[in-house]
Unconditional design. Sequence first.
Length: 202
Amino acid sequence: MGAVFSQAEKAPPDQVQLPQGYAVFEVEAIKPAATPTFEEIRSRVEGEFKNERVATLLSQKTQELADRAKAGHDLKKAAKEAGAAVKTSELVQPDGQVPDIGSMAGGASVAFGMKTGEISGPITNGNTGVVLSILDRQEPSQQDFEVKKDQVRDSLLLNKQQEMFGLFVSNLRAQLEKSGKIKINQDEMKNLTRAQAQEQGE
């Protein structure tokens, strides 16, 4: 985005390197910075607030499921009590995909450091919350390991970088709120919370 914002209006298309390829961009117009009115951004603020609340509730429920499963050493029982679905996948490699989880190179990569019978902590993946239990493990052959090790290392490194960036953004927001550079309208926040609660009640 630094390259985009430093580009002149109507300049010829340019390209910039990304972590996984290239992007070609062209700046069609530049608008001067201006503070939008609340009405102009109200729907976006409401949407972001609702998404944030949903993410928080998902994280809480997934944490409760993980805690209950570990306490009872039984993921199936804990999932049934929590009203969560239990699904079993085939054996999967670190660069594989699993339905409802996605890439195993993301947060679910913890599975490859777990022992048979062990239950994971909460794993959130977008709109999905997951708790893993390892039913079986098969160690790769030395030949398979040599072929895949660089790819797995790069995937884990990218995941760690994304995790650190997310932590940086969260800390930055907290600092800006503390210094007063970001202010939250508490009355409007209460109104949004009340509206969300009414929608959930319906």
